[in-house]
Every structure is written in structure tokens, then in C-alpha cells.
Ligand binder design. Structure first.
Ligand code: SAJ
Length: 430
């Protein structure tokens, strides 16, 4: 059994802490936010993640986890603090990593292992974290062990993916790799691949950047399809029948704390990165593109009211970090439109939220579906039609049955559909 301090009790740190605490370790969850520590100590978790409540509860009852605002000596330190962008700039804010490494340095002793989980620009472990840890008077590799083990689990399936996904262990030497493998091996069922710390940093950034670029390609296809009168969703589905093609889906933009952020970590210290920057710009242009669709539909309507359905950054989660919905709402408000927002999973949007879809839709001039929550699939256009002032619908996720909405009297715009919507004709298979 190892005593493990997990620093940062957010979307990744808390699940990690709970998994370690239910797999044979004594865990102290540390966070500088005292309110969060008090809430967790009372068993309150500030965000939804399947299975997490139960796992934390199990660890608390089994007394293998406790929460504290202050770090204490331990055998292992796992740093899982946020690495956002610097306000108004396209580069990483490493302030929390620096603070966390400094606090580890204050209690570090010979033989300890320090693992950095936070996503960081290449060379951060070597050039930023290790020098801070060495202010303890101890030397990395000689006196203590270091690894960078980037998290790769997807919100909404964090626990399942933390257990079953492969892990990358970027270690400074063989003993660091071995000890990290031992700790993570207590719950990870995927393979663990060992490399150096800078390669591990780069791998994580490449994964998210590749997804960002592929989504940008889908978004660009959507814009071109609108110009040439093609339904991009149908075209993508057909293209994906090719054995070596797998195009992702267009949408109102890329949100979340990772994919919209991490690509900039690759470009911040490099003169390369043209595709990366362009992809970011294309994805960032999507909220404006969606609002331009709404502008066309709302032309001539005085004091329009827009009903936004879905505020989370993606379907079936309540997470609003970097959500493109916030940009859509602000752009709409800048035009003087009244915006109402509904989301069945979001607790705090930073904007007032309607209690029900009906409240949101009442007397509105355009329903704007931004998030592909399963709950929205069962929306009934015939029930909403008498409530709205003008029956317009924009579907940015291709979630709804457009024929049914048109039959109920709505004018429907589907993102990535050029010209009029047409019924899907079955594709002939030879
Ligand atoms: N999106 C699209 N079209 C798609 C797929 C996604 O528009 O075809 C949008 C989503 O709506 C969302 C955004 O992209 O706004 C990102 O969603 P996501 O589901 O692609 O990814 P995240 O941000 O929830 O999690 C990603 C994952 N990375 C990869 O799949 C390479 C996850 O494995 C990482 O652990 C996570 O980032 C992270 O923490 O880095």
C-alpha cells in the first residue's frame, strides 16, 4: 500500500483519487479550493460523471480517502491540476502546475514518485516541473522519481476509460517507469506504454490536435456542402463506407477543456503549426456560422427571441467548459436578440436557464439545437408548434427527425445542408 497525494480534485483528479483509493492505496485528495474540499468531505461532488458518486462514497466509507486543502508527506504525488489558456492568448497557463510542483517540493523526501497528469506543452516536465521539485534540495533520478502520465479519458465515460484505455508513461528513468507502472497497474486494465517525458507530452497533444483537425475538416465540408446544395451528413456517411475513411461530424464548434485548448500548446513555442492554427480558426468560426443561419431565418422579425436547446459542450454531459453555446449566446445577444437557454444536464451556465423546453420555446422565433443530448431526440414538434411565435428550427447536430418537424409546420435549417431539406432517398446497394 502506498500513501498517495492527488493534487487537484477536478474532472480528472477526483476520479483518479477515487480509483486509487478503491484499489489498495491510502489517498489524500488535495485542492487549494477550500470550499471544494469541504463539499467533498460532506460527500458532495460538483459535477456529474457516471459511477463517480458511488466510487467516492465507497472510498470515504472504507476510510481510504480523505480530502484536505494542504499537502502532506506521501510516497507518491499525482499532479492533476488545470492547464487552461492564458486569458486572451493562445498559450498555456502553467500557474497551477507551478504552484502544485512547489507545494510537492515542500514535502518531498527521498524515494518519492511525482507524476504529472495535467496536459502540458512539450518539455514542461523537464524544464518547469523538475527544476521546481529540485528546489527541495533533492535531485530527480537520483533521489526521487518522475513521470508524465497524461490522462486520456473522455468526460461522460471517465471511469470506464481510466480503467480500460491504454496509458502512456513518460518516465525520466527505468525506476520511475517501474514505480508508475506499479501504481497505475493497480486499476488500469489497458496496456501501459513507456517512453520519455517529452514524447508523452507530445503524444497527448497530438491525440487531441488530430481530433480537432478532423472535426475542422468536417466543419469545412459542411460549409462547402451548404454552398453546393448537398447534405453533408449524407455525404459523410457515404464517404465513411470507404474502408480507409472516417470523417467526424460537423457541429456548432468545438468545446471542452481539451480539444479547444491543447492544439495551442503545440504551436506556442513553434514556428510550425499552420494546419493546427487553421483548424482551430475553422472550429472557432462555427458559432458565428450558426448565428448567421439564425440571422437569415429571423430577418424581418422585430425583437426576435431565440430558444437555445443544449448548453453543454457535447451530448449527454453537463459540462460547459469552453462550450461553443456560450459564444452563440453572446453573438445572438450582441445582435439585440433575446436568448433563452435550456439544458437538462447543466446546473450552472453563467446565464439564466429555463426549467423546461416548453418554457424556453414559449413565444420564441427560432429553436436552436446546439447540443446532441439524447433527451432531445424525443422532442415533439406538434406539442411545441402552438407554443412558439415563429416556427423555425436550426439543428446543428443532425439529431432530429426533420421531416416530422416540417410536417408540424416548422421551417427547418440543418447545419451542412445546402438548399432545401429533402427526404432521404435510400441509397441503392448494388
Ligand atoms: N465534436 C464535433 N464533432 C465530432 C466529435 C466531437 O463537433 O465528430 C465536438 C464535441 O461536440 C465537443 C468537442 O468536439 O464540443 C470535443 O468533444 P470530444 O467528445 O471529441 O472530446 P472531449 O473534449 O470530451 O475529450 C477529448 C478526448 N480526446 C480524444 O478523443 C482524442 C479524450 O480522450 C481526452 O482525454 C480529453 O479530450 C482530454 O481530457 O484531453
Amino acid at each position: 500500500m502506498r500513501k498517495i497525494c492527488v493534487l487537484g480534485l477536478g474532472y480528472m483528479g477526483l476520479p483518479m483519487a477515487a480509483l486509487l483509493a478503491t484499489h489498495g492505496h491510502a489517498v489524500v485528495g488535495v485542492d487549494i479550493n477550500r470550499r471544494k474540499v469541504e463539499q467533498l468531505s460532506r460527500g458532495e461532488i460538483a459535477f456529474e460523471e457516471p459511477g463517480l458518486d458511488e466510487l467516492v462514497h465507497r472510498a470515504v466509507v472504507g476510510r481510504t480517502i480523505r480530502f484536505s486543502p494542504t499537502i502532506e508527506p506521501a510516497d507518491v504525488f499525482i499532479i492533476a491540476v488545470p492547464t487552461p489558456l492564458v486569458e486572451g492568448a493562445k498559450r498555456s497557463e502553467l500557474r497551477y502546475v507551478v504552484l502544485a510542483a512547489g507545494s510537492v517540493a515542500s514535502v518531498l523526501t527521498r524515494g518519492d514518485l511525482v507524476v504529472l497528469e495535467s496536459t502540458v506543452p512539450p518539455k514542461t516536465t523537464e524544464k518547469v516541473v523538475i527544476p521546481i521539485l529540485e528546489t527541495s534540495g533533492l535531485e530527480a533520478g537520483k533521489d526521487f522519481l518522475v513521470a508524465h502520465c497524461p490522462e486520456r479519458a473522455i468526460p461522460g465515460r471517465t471511469l470506464e476509460e481510466l480503467v480500460h484505455n491504454d496509458r502512456i508513461i513518460g518516465a525520466i528513468d527505468e525506476p520511475s517507469a517501474e514505480e508508475t507502472r506499479r501504481i497505475y497497474g493497480s486499476f488500469v486494465r489497458g496496456a501501459m506504454h513507456v517512453t520519455d517525458t517529452t514524447t508523452a507530452e507530445m503524444v497527448k497533444l497530438m491525440e487531441n490536435t488530430s481530433r480537432d483537425i478532423n472535426i475542422a475538416m468536417a466543419n469545412e465540408f459542411a460549409k462547402i456542402a451548404e454552398e453546393v446544395g448537398v447534405n453533408v451528413w449524407e455525404a459523410i456517411e457515404l464517404a465513411n463506407h470507404h474502408v480507409r475513411v472516417n470523417i467526424l461530424k460537423p457541429g456548432p464548434g468545438v468545446g471542452g477543456h481539451c480539444i479547444a485548448v491543447d492544439p495551442w500548446f503545440l504551436t506556442e513555442n513553434s514556428i510550425q503549426g499552420q494546419i493546427i492554427k487553421t483548424a482551430r480558426e475553422i472550429n472557432d468560426s462555427m458559432p458565428g456560422h450558426v448565428v448567421a443561419h439564425a440571422e437569415r431565418l429571423l430577418k424581418g422579425i422585430p425583437d426576435p427571441v431565440v430558444a437555445v436547446l443544449g448548453f453543454a459542450y457535447k451530448g449527454n454531459v453537463g459540462d460547459t467548459r469552453e462550450t461553443p453555446a456560450a459564444r452563440v449566446v453572446r453573438l445572438a445577444q450582441d445582435r439585440g436578440w433575446t436568448v433563452r437557454i435550456h439544458d437538462p444536464l447543466v446546473r450552472d451556465a453563467g446565464f439564466p436557464l429555463s426549467d423546461s423546453v416548453e418554457d424556453c420555446a414559449r413565444e420564441s422565433d427560432c429553436l436552436l439545437l446546439l447540443t446532441d443530448h439524447d433527451a432531445y431526440r424525443s422532442l415533439e414538434p406538434r406539442r411545441l408548434k402552438p407554443l412558439v411565435r415563429t416556427p423555425n428550427l436550426i439543428d446543428t447536430r443532425n439529431l432530429l427527425d426533420h421531416a416530422a418537424w416540417e410536417e408540424a409546420g416548422f421551417a427547418v435549417v440543418l447545419l451542412g445542408q445546402g438548399g432545401r431539406l429533402r427526404r432521404r432517398t435510400p441509397v441503392q446497394v448494388q
